[in-house]
Design a binder for this molecule. Sequence first.
Ligand code: ASP
Ligand code: MG
Length: 418
Amino acid sequence: MARIVMKFGGTSMAGTERIRRVAQIVKRQAERGDEVAVVVSAMAGETDRLVNFCREANPLYDPAEYDVVVASGEQVTSGLLAITLQALGCKARSWLGWQLPIHTDNAHAKARIGTIDSEELLASMAGGTIAVIPGFQGLTDDNRITTLGRGGSDTSAVAVAAAVKADRCDIYTDVDGVYTTDPRIVSRARKLKAVTYEEMLELASVGSKVLQTRSVGLAMKEGVRVQVLSSFIDENAPSADTIPGTMIVTDEELENAQVERQLITGIAADKNEAKITLTRVPDRPGAVSHIFAPLAESNINVDMIIQNVGRDKGETDVTFTVPQADLARATDVLQNQREAIGYNRLIPDTKVAKISVVGVGMKSHAGVASTMFTALAERKINIQAISTSEIKVSVLIDEDETELAVRVLHTAYGLDAD
Ligand code: ASP
Ligand code: MG
């Protein structure tokens, strides 16, 4: 017997027919004698619809009430899945966030999970009842409903898996695993059998939409075994226990698995960045801190930074990127600081894309970045900024060249399927 947490996303829960298919997959797992908890998303599009109601009611809505509204999408699907499982002859019941409860802090609309009371849940599961838990929601210490931020059901699933010490957390989604890159851009992209937590963390944060970044960080911290696999399968599909999807593993597991590794594991593209250039900033100690301190105070995340070589007269241009959603606020902050910083012009640019190559193999091999630069240069793709970490190299390019760049790099690193 194993204890398995299964998570189904919005596309898998969109309507009665699909929920029936989900119920069949869950039933199959339970019939193997496993203890099963299922974490569900709202139906696809539902959270957007609910968010819009709040905005229409008042653009400056109270986040605590927003959470009451948007948490309802998952309440509906958890009840519906329990009903459908019962119709298939399974014992099942729903557990809303407040009923367990799933304790969170009080940062409404982006709350973090603290602890989960799982005693009753575990007793119920041990008695053979399938637990259905709405993702995305929790409860503050003063009994207000919270939500975890968009895509938060992944994090709910991993947190539940950690709390009940599950043997595995299977994340069922509309793709059948993690790919070397987006298969819609590169048809010869390959599905990966395994990626490390670190790689997945980097891929998730640079625009590979498979898992919420926070869920990967939590899985890594808690040592939760996570598999990403498709819910769009038929009855004869191999069981989840044979690991047909992508398994997220530690570095050691990956080495032991001795799967043949390429230097680069995956390539991701992110069009949600914006570039800001400040011209003729005084080239003296402290100038840069006048730019970035106020941005940090306003909670704006700066990613890539370049300070161009000082021209004559002790002036320099500074270029950096921020999330596109924060561009208006960043511009506002910098305009207010114009005198303190002493720049001449502020040039915003949203037509940029960040392309990242990720792989643990980089730790022990040189030349990854130069392969990237050469491949892009051969196609005359101009690089506007560069940033690196131990297992990632990112470049900023013109947004129109995104697809070309991803294709070229996929080939250059030998990732194309034969
Ligand atoms: N329904 C929520 C959203 O769309 C949470 C989730 O699906 O993960 O963001
Ligand atoms: Mg999702």
